[in-house]
Ligand binder design. Structure first.
Ligand SMILES: [Zn+2]
Length: 268
């Protein structure tokens, strides 16, 4: 426990704190079931600035640790990014996350009226194509992403059968926030990049430990770890689905857009 009962009571006298409710992991990775959080203040924003400037998530973890009642380093990576989004939304509510993109579709435009045939499903091709010219849409779109549009992937809350399937086998653990930096390094290593998705599930204090355990095992055991890790990565995926549907304001073409939430996202 990060705080004892008395310390927690003192902390919660600060009315900015609130119960965050369910986390995407459904608390399956922890021995606690409740977490309080408050929005960032300037002190934390200085750490977020440092994380953005140095491209080092360690400082983001430190900032988050200052505003939650549990240990930020041990959060699952899925929960960590969910909390980061919560903080982005609640700390600077007047400036939503904005995405900018240029439409890459082609459009049919009526030669006389300049009316665009909408690129919507079902697509209706005009009868007399000679009245239209084809051109790239090229519209520059700016769209704010609202909380309701961000999809959360949660582990199953209930359902005995699913729950049984979502218990970790011995020797494996959820990848945690404290591993984010190490995972970044592994992903930049050609010999490890393709193994990282599986290896992150092997038990270990650091990402180096995780890989070492897999590499030091016999060939057969190592391959079994790789196989199990790959399966867990599919089964226990949770957190933010960082893809939202965006729509071109001119031609109505809808497409998925990947929101890349980083410390820089806190400085619009
Ligand atoms: Zn368009």
């Amino acid at each position: 426990m990060k705080y004892n009962e008395n310390q927690l009571q003192l902390l919660l006298a600060d009315s900015r704190y609130q119960d965050i409710g369910a986390l995407p992991s459904q608390f399956k990775a922890y021995d606690w079931k409740q977490m309080f959080i408050r929005p960032f203040g300037i002190k934390e924003f200085k750490l977020v600035s440092k994380a953005a400037a140095l491209k080092d998530m360690t400082h983001m973890i430190r900032a988050i640790d200052l505003v939650i009642t549990q240990d930020a380093g041990t959060l699952t990576i899925g929960d960590f990014y969910y909390i980061m989004m919560w903080l982005r939304i609640h700390s600077i509510p007047k400036t939503p996350v904005v995405v900018n993109w240029e439409c890459g579709e082609r459009v049919l435009v009526h030669k006389q009226t300049n009316v665009v045939v909408p690129n919507e499903e079902p697509y209706e091709l005009p009868e007399d194509l000679s009245l239209y010219r084809e051109e790239p849409c090229g519209t520059h779109n700016t769209e704010a992403v609202y909380k309701s549009e961000i999809e959360i992937i949660s582990l199953d809350e209930e359902g005995e059968e699913n729950f049984a399937k979502q218990v970790l086998p011995e020797g494996f653990d959820f990848p945690r926030a404290k591993h984010i930096e190490g995972l970044g390094k592994a992903l930049a290593d050609p010999e490890r990049v393709m193994l990282t998705a599986a290896a992150q599930w092997v038990m270990g204090d650091t990402v180096v430990d995780k890989f070492k355990r897999m590499e030091d095992a016999s060939d057969e055991e190592g391959m079994a770890m790789l196989d199990t890790g790959t399966a867990l990565n599919e089964l226990l995926q949770h957190g933010l689905k960082e893809v939202v549907q965006i729509k071109c304001r001119r031609c109505m073409k809808a497409e998925p857009y990947h929101i890349n939430l980083t410390p820089t996202s806190f400085f619009p």
